[in-house]
Design a protein. Structure first.
Length: 63
């Protein structure tokens, strides 16, 4: 996601939140989500991002 987290900070994947098979995990981060900046609209990316602790599930697929 090339536009991930324009305002995201403190991204981490704690080992406690990685499944035993290593194929699913939780990304934790926060963001300073202003709705606009210098007249330009800022849209949360990925959806659900906000100012606070955000949990996004990641699932890896075997090829």
């Amino acid at each position: 996601m090339k536009d991930f987290g324009k305002q995201a900070y403190f991204l981490n994947i704690p080992s406690k939140f990685i499944s035993k098979d290593g194929l699913s995990m939780w990304l934790l981060y926060s963001g300073n989500f202003a709705t606009n900046w210098n007249g330009g609209e800022i849209i949360e990316n990925p959806p659900g991002s906000h100012y606070g602790c955000v949990f996004q599930k990641i699932e890896l697929v075997k090829w």
